[in-house]
Structure formats: structure tokens, C-alpha cells
Design a protein around this ligand. Structure first.
Ligand SMILES: [Fe+2]
Ligand SMILES: [Fe+2]
Length: 346
């Protein structure tokens, strides 16, 4: 069932839907065997999915993007939005920078999803008949295609000249999906490196703001709903396959994972040089934000509570890798359970 052309929703409905999704995903992963869990995730994709052009009423006048709309001012939960520099900009400039930032994050998100879709196809290509991973991977790729359409449509309608990720990510994009065929275990860690920070940021924005623009709210709500399953699958895959790793693979991955996590997180969250220029962010502000100030360092660590928990569960935390996690600025206590509120897991 897809809900057709849903009108804008109120904040209480959005909060309720996030809770519902989290409960539903927790129930799914509590199923007995790995195969059963994957079948449940696949069925959930059949039962509840979204279409970029059916489920968003793009031409609803309430969804129009206008440069005099103060709802584009970045919220306090955004690292850039809470800086002195941003807060002291004139209102029109706060709106322009706010919309640019949302459009750029959306563009990076869809570039990441393009890599993910290509990787899922490489991964699924060599799976045997009857594999529950094949079916779920293709559901996930279908959903990601809708996300890329939804994100690109938003980017187009924003009118902002964003180009998304940093130069290196854009150059490496055609090659990254090959990892899914050769080192699927490493690839699914990469998937989490992209999905966890975006999901974490979107959920905190949805939870915090009841005066956000309804179009962005709708897009984030759809995205968070489907990402819960994608993240659930990556966790399941990694937990299931961890015992099959050789000692050498485990040792190499234990130190490679925090480096991949930090790199991809920076790709997604830190504005590229062009984005910095277009938004006019002073160098000193960039330095403080990414990631010199104690506040931003805590934000960075908080993003990875669930991932640290998974690294513990899959035997990838050892005295050496713990140091690498800390050196990357993403060390700390693991979450006690998935989606534990970040400040408690810091
Ligand atoms: Fe997505
Ligand atoms: Fe996803």
C-alpha cells in the first residue's frame, strides 16, 4: 500500500510515525533466525513503501520553496545552524544558506545512494538462487532509487547550484561499488558509514522542529521510515557474517572500519570547498565546526554510538582498534541498544 499524495502533516504525527517505525524494526530483528529476519524485512518493504512522485504532493502550494520563507532558517540542532556566525547573518542570508545547506546534504545523500544501488547489484549478482539476501537487497535498491528521485527533485526545486560531495568522493564513485563484490563485509560497513549519520541527523531534526518546511519534513519522514530497514539489514548482515571472518580479515577490518566511518561521515557532513564558498562560511568557522570545538566533537562521537555497539558485537573492537576509533574522533561508549538517545550514549 502506498499513501497517495499525502498532505503536509503535523509534528505530533511525525513523532508518532518515527516511534512506530523504530518499534516495528525492533520487532523484526527479534525474529528467530537470520533468514527469517531477512524475510520479515522484505515483507515490510512490500507492505510499506513510498513512491517519490505518488507519495509527495510536489505541486501542493504549501510545499512551494520560496526564498522569503523563514522555515528554511537552519534549526539549532544543525551544527552550522547553531554557530554565532550563522545566527548573526541577516534573515534573507540565513534563509539562502539554510536552503543551500539542505539541498547540498540532499545531493550528497543521493550520490551516496547511487553508489549503494550499484554496490547492491554487484553484491546480489553472485548470490545463489533462493537467497534471502538477494530478495532483500533488491527491495533496498528499489527504495534507494525512489530516494534518489525524491532527493534530486528537491535539489532541482531548491534552485541551488549544489554539486554534492567532495571532489574525491565524486571521482571514486564509479569504483566504490566494486567493493560489494570483492569485500561485501567491508562494503556493508561503508553502507552504515553513510546511512547512520544521515539517519541520525534527520531524526534529530524531525524530533526537534515543529516549524520546519513541510516539504522537507515529508521527504525526511519517508527517508527515515525506509532507512530503518536498510540499517537493520546492514546490522543483520554484519552480525551474521562476522563469525566467518578469518583472524587476519578481522584484524585488518577492526582498524579499517573506524577510518572508513570517519572518511564517509566527513564526505557527507562537511561542506565541500565549493559549498563553503557558495555559502560564504569563513575558514575560522569551518575549523571550529569540523571538528575543533568541544560541542562539535561530541556531536561527531554521538553519531556513532550504534556503530560502536555493532563493532563490539562483531568482534572488531580490540585495544588497537579502540585507539584508532579515538584517533578518528569517534571513540566512546557504545549504545546499549539501537537508537539509544545519543547524549546517553556519548
Ligand atoms: Fe536512502
Ligand atoms: Fe538506505
Amino acid at each position: 500500500m502506498t499513501a497517495t499524495q499525502l498532505p503536509p502533516q503535523n509534528h505530533a504525527d511525525v513523532l508518532r510515525s518515527i516511534e512506530e517505525i523504530e518499534e516495528q524494526t525492533a520487532r523484526m530483528v527479534a525474529e528467530k533466525s537470520y533468514e527469517d529476519r531477512l524475510r520479515t524485512l522484505s515483507q515490510a518493504s512490500v507492505d510499506r513503501h513510498f513512491d517519490a512522485f505518488k507519495d509527495i504532493d510536489w505541486d501542493n502550494p504549501d510545499y512551494a520553496i520560496r526564498l522569503d520563507d523563514p522555515r528554511w532558517v537552519l534549526p539549532e540542532v544543525d551544527v552550522l545552524g547553531r554557530t554565532e556566525w550563522y545566527r548573526s547573518l541577516p534573515l534573507e542570508e540565513q534563509i539562502r544558506v539554510g536552503l543551500y545547506r539542505q539541498a547540498n546534504i540532499t545531493k550528497v545523500g543521493l550520490q551516496f545512494e547511487q553508489v549503494l544501488i550499484a554496490g547492491l547489484m554487484n553484491y546480489a549478482f553472485r548470490l545463489p538462487n533462493g537467497s534471502p539476501e538477494f530478495r532483500y537487497s533488491t527491495h533496498e535498491a528499489t527504495e534507494e532509487c525512489h530516494h534518489t528521485q525524491m532527493f534530486q527533485e528537491f535539489t532541482n526545486r531548491s534552485g541551488m547550484p549544489v554539486e554534492g560531495g567532495h571532489w574525491l568522493l565524486r571521482k571514486l564513485a564509479p569504483f566504490l561499488p566494486l567493493a560489494a563484490r570483492w569485500v561485501p563485509f567491508g562494503f556493508f560497513w561503508g553502507v552504515l558509514a553513510g546511512e547512520e549519520p544521515i539517519d541520525h541527523v534527520q531524526k534529530s531534526i524531525l524530533r526537534a522542529g515543529d516549524d520546519m518546511h513541510p516539504l522537507l519534513q515529508r521527504i525526511m519522514q519517508i527517508h527515515v521510515a525506509e532507512e530503518a530497514r536498510h540499517i537493520g539489514f546492514a546490522h543483520q548482515y554484519l552480525q551474521h557474517n562476522a563469525p566467518r571472518l578469518s583472524r587476519v580479515e578481522r584484524a585488518v577490518l577492526s582498524v579499517a572500519v573506524p577510518v572508513i566511518m570517519r572518511w564517509l561521515c566527513d564526505e557527507i557532513l562537511v561542506p565541500s570547498r565549493k559549498a563553503q564558498r557558495d555559502m560564504g562560511i569563513p575558514k575560522s568557522v569551518m575549523k571550529e565546526l569540523y571538528w575543533k570545538s568541544p560541542e562539535s566533537q561530541k556531536f561527531l562521537r554521538d553519531l556513532f554510538g550504534d556503530v560502536r555497539m555493532l563493532a563490539e558485537d562483531t568482534g572488531l573492537m580490540n585495544p588497537v582498534s579502540r585507539r584508532v576509533w579515538s584517533a578518528m574522533g569517534i571513540g566512546g561508549r557504545p549504545s546499549r541498544f539501537r537508537s539509544e538517545v545519543a547524549s546517553a550514549a556519548a
